[in-house]
Design a protein around this ligand. Structure first.
Ligand code: ADP
Ligand code: ADP
Length: 225
């Protein structure tokens, strides 16, 4: 039984259909990448799942419940974007604790959780720093910690490594995979980088022009002549 099921997802902007009948089942704890050229609809699909964009058709079942009519916050979905999108006027720990604070988590519990996450991303000594004092890779680790802080059911990563230089990209790639496995969090990772998709994921979905045109494990896709 899939943990996250996308069923007949359709989205258009004006007269242009950007997503055509997208169907996808994801198991609990699985990391699936969406790989495809710029403009094929990857970001739009993630935004639909997160509730940041309305669908024109289809269903999104999370843990057997249709979440299509829920507002973003009630969907329990975390998202990390290409641009780090941290709050510039909040410190690292305040950024990580923000979502918990909004949900009424006690100060003590917030501190404990953010300390654990800071240790996990190896940025404990930066807890009082501000985002602009961090490198791009560090900011992206904080963004990841911030999205995990509220214990989402699903994590959506929209080209989280694209703005980083190649060396940092590789180390952060394995760090993301480690954290994803440790939390056993169901994850969709969007990228246009084939190597990234093949090294990172349990399953790769190739997207083109608003549809998933092929999918398989990295091994299966490598075997395609
Ligand atoms: P990708 O993430 O694969 O690069 P996007 O989902 O960002 O693709 O975009 C898919 C298509 O939808 C593109 O042609 C893009 O220009 C278009 N698009 C995305 N968002 C909007 C929007 N808010 N209004 C109109 N067109 C959009
Ligand atoms: P990405 O880097 O994910 O492909 P884009 O740079 O295409 O994202 O889009 C950034 C923002 O602009 C998104 O909010 C997207 O919905 C919006 N957008 C993209 N294409 C269009 C478009 N043709 N018309 C209006 N908004 C768009």
């Amino acid at each position: 039984k899939p943990y996250l099921r996308l069923e007949g997802i359709r989205k258009q902007f004006g007269n242009t259909t950007v997503l055509h009948n997208v169907n996808l089942d994801i198991r609990e704890g699985e990391l699936v990448t969406l790989l495809g050229p710029s403009g094929c609809g990857k970001s739009t699909l993630l935004r639909c799942i997160a509730g940041l964009t309305d669908l024109d058709g289809g269903h999104i079942l999370l843990d057997s419940k249709d979440i299509v009519n829920l507002p973003p916050r009630s969907r329990e979905i975390g998202m990390v974007f290409q641009s780090y999108a941290l709050f510039p006027n909040l410190s690292v720990s305040e950024n990580i604790e923000y979502g918990m604070k909004m949900r009424g988590v006690s100060k003590e519990a917030r501190r404990k959780r953010s300390a654990e996450l800071l240790e996990l991303i190896d940025l404990g000594e930066k807890r009082d720093a501000y985002p602009q004092q961090l490198s791009g890779g560090q900011q992206q680790r904080v963004a990841l910690a911030r999205s995990l802080a509220v214990q989402p059911k699903v994590l959506l990563l929209d080209e989280p490594l694209s703005a980083l230089d190649a060396r940092i990209r590789k180390s952060l790639r394995s760090e993301i995979r480690e954290i994803q496995k440790k939390f056993n969090i169901t994850t969709i990772f969007v990228t246009h980088d084939q190597e990234e998709a093949l090294t990172l994921s349990d399953r790769v979905c190739l997207m083109n022009k608003g549809s998933i045109v092929q999918q398989g494990t990295p091994e299966e896709l490598y075997a395609i002549p």
